[in-house]
Design a binder for this molecule. Sequence first.
Ligand code: BTN
Length: 338
Amino acid sequence: MKERVLTHLKGAGADWISGGRLSIKMGMTRTAVWKQICRLRDEGYVIDSSRGKGYVLRRVSDSLLPAEIQSHLKTDFMGREIIYRPEVESTNSLAKSLAVRGAPAGTIVVAESQAAGKGRKGRVWFSPPGAGIYVSMILRPHFSLAEATKFTLLTGVALAETLLCLLPGRVEIKWPNDVLVDGRKIAGILIEISTEIDRIDYMVVGVGVNVNLKRQDFPPELKKIATSLRAETGKYFSRAAILADFLAAFEKYYGVFQDFGFAPVLARWKRLSNILEKEVQVSLLGSTIAGRVSGIDRDGALLIRGRRGCVQRILSGDMTLLRKPDVRRRRKSAAGNK
Ligand code: BTN
């Protein structure tokens, strides 16, 4: 109800909308409309009221509150159920416990901040209040565990497309799951899966996006390697609108994957990625592989050609792009070998 009242208030822009008109549009009494206005005010919306004129929305809540997300939402099932917390340890951890208790597919968990946001490989995801999108989506796909890597790539495509609309031509995906702007990380993905034999029971797709952090907000160790939409543009963004766009993009590619298989998603991923033919190093459990990226196979695995020409297939790892070798230094060391 309050989402619909909010939509009408937003639609009126800076104009007043009378209580009578609102109650006709909503099919409810004026008192019921008033109750929804009070609930919206409690959530941080500034709504003026006047006896003769009605209501006007003065300031939208800059939050990830369900009403704010829903007012932008264009999906069929993603985000139709929203669990919101001002603060949480990790949205992924909360989503997992809700999934165990039977939360339906499409449920999302969002938070304004995370005390212990999880990154890949046990790292921490910097999650200051109100500055980023911290969301975890619960899914129950009818796929085998072997298909799981594909979801990382699919999520990367949806995320990169969403951010490309805001930073045209500047967003790239680094295998398997980092979204970069000019080499700096703007978003990351952490997927956690619970299986039964070889069947996925549930999957939690966690996404962190740096939105309104200023460059100086990042801790020293992240300043050179991370960025945000605000740091790149100097502008302030609506996190709820971006989240809604991302959910729509995710739902679209999820549907493509279900109906037509992974090939069209992978084709899009390849166009958005920056790694083909690049020199890279990949850390696996206890070892490192270096070489040139010769491709991504149909399962989303990275193919790396080593110095001796043999190609290795890597399904999961941590990849670093190596800088092109410095020609002068290479000549010098070659001379030293003589
Ligand atoms: C990475 O690139 O290392 C993955 C980062 C994933 C961070 C998000 S923020 C929302 C969700 N909840 C978590 O605890 N982590 C993910």
